[in-house]
Design a protein. Structure first.
Length: 412
């Protein structure tokens, strides 16, 4: 019998506020706020219950004490001291007793109202004190979590040497901090090994390719070499050059996956203009017009890597364009506290469901592997990695009529 597959668990709802946003809402649902509301709300409910019980007991006691007077008026003159208590003129003893009972009951009602009013003010004051005390205590209890959060943010900036090293009792928070420190140790060893591998691969892969290129160029420089040998040498030289580009792209992709530690002010407008200058000759050879409208947009980052983003996007825009009447437009602007680089171009129609595949290494539109002379299939992957390393992102959208609009957003 066929079994029905178990439904996938639903992802938890995302917060309505951005944790990376420096301007956070005042009443965001933090644990401290929730603990404060919990402790303060419990105190408030307990106070209301206690006040209600005291009020009921006091009302019952006063009602029992005033239902029957402990004395009886036989004769004499009773003169009221308040206009609230009205006594009959020339009353008999029973009439006077009833009137005095009503007066005392009225006085007890006023006493209960005064007790309730004073108790409510006292409860309000104590509630404020309880909420403030609960907020302070919650902050003290949750202070290790703040320390863990600050350390995690520093680690997010590629400072893997940071550790929490939390002191205090051996409770759940210290266990969490120690586990986080152990995870950081493993991450630091892994990143160190990766950097060592990249450095070794950079040398071991470049050296034989450089030797092959030199040997091929020497043989091609021989004027007496046969035509077939020269043609084979040119083919091997082109293949070797393609391998060199692939190695350089892989190494750059491995480096750009990490956060940028050393940051300097870089103007995206200047970076875009330099990228346009580098692809201008290729665009002219393909008959593609390049238009640029670059406004100053200064970001903190690595100028070489940011230039690589622009160059890769422009090269893709030129190479994957229409045969006649094609154009590429480059703009830089500052919007909502962010620097934006936009590269749009004419070209073939790109289905929306193919957009995500363009950013995967070695993948092109409708092709699993690279198989043309337009590149090695790492341009957009490198661009996305560099953008992420700078804390930004890159979005691709298909143009109406063909082509793409590549939008790079970087924090200022």
């Amino acid at each position: 019998m066929a079994t029905t597959p178990a439904p996938h668990p639903q992802a938890p709802p995302k917060p309505t506020w951005d944790p990376r946003d420096p301007v956070r809402p005042l009443l965001r649902p933090t644990i401290r706020i929730r603990l404060t509301l919990l402790y303060g709300g419990m105190f408030l409910i307990a106070g209301i219950l206690l006040l209600s019980i005291i009020y009921l007991f006091t009302a019952q006691a006063l009602s029992d004490s005033t239902s029957q007077l402990p004395f009886k008026v036989v004769n004499g003159t009773v003169q009221p001291t308040s206009s609230i208590c009205q006594l009959p003129v020339n009353p008999t003893g029973d009439q006077l007793n009833d009137a005095v009972t009503l007066c005392l009951r009225h006085q007890s009602d006023r006493a209960l109202d005064d007790l309730l009013r004073r108790s409510l003010f006292a409860l309000l004051g104590l509630s404020i004190i309880a909420f403030a005390f609960g907020y302070a205590m919650a902050g003290r209890v949750l202070s290790p979590l703040g320390r863990i959060t600050r350390t995690a943010r520093q680690v997010a900036g590629s400072d893997l040497s940071r550790r929490i090293e939390l002191d205090g009792p051996d409770d759940e928070l210290k266990e969490l901090a120690d586990t986080f420190d152990e995870m950081l140790d493993r991450l630091e060893r892994a990143f160190t090994a990766q950097q060592r591998f990249v450095a070794n691969a950079s040398h071991e892969l470049r050296t034989p390719l450089a030797i092959n290129r030199t040997l091929l160029e020497v043989h091609l420089s021989d004027p007496g070499a046969p035509v077939e040998l020269q043609q084979l040498g040119k083919t091997l030289l082109a293949t070797n050059e393609r391998s060199e580009q692939l190695v350089e792209g892989l190494l750059l992709l491995a480096r750009s996956d990490n956060q940028i530690i050393e940051r300097k002010p870089v103007d995206l407008a200047e970076v875009a203009e330099r990228g346009v200058d580098q692809v201008h000759a290729e665009a002219a050879a393909k008959g593609v017009e390049i238009r640029s409208e670059c406004a100053p947009a200064v970001v903190q980052g690595n100028g070489v890597l940011l230039e690589r983003i622009t160059l890769n996007l422009l090269q893709n825009a030129v190479r994957y364009n229409v045969a006649e009447g094609g154009w590429v437009e480059v703009t830089t602007v500052t919007e909502h506290g962010q620097a934006v680089l936009v590269v749009s171009n004419t070209g073939p129609v790109v289905p929306a469901y193919e957009i995500d595949n363009l950013f995967e290494p070695f993948r092109r539109l409708r092709q699993e592997r690279t198989g043309s002379d337009k590149g090695v299939g790492l341009g957009l992957s490198i661009a996305r990695s560099v953008a992420r390393a700078h804390g930004g992102r890159i979005i691709a959208e298909p143009r109406e009529g063909g082509g793409l609009v590549m939008r790079v957003t970087l924090p200022i």
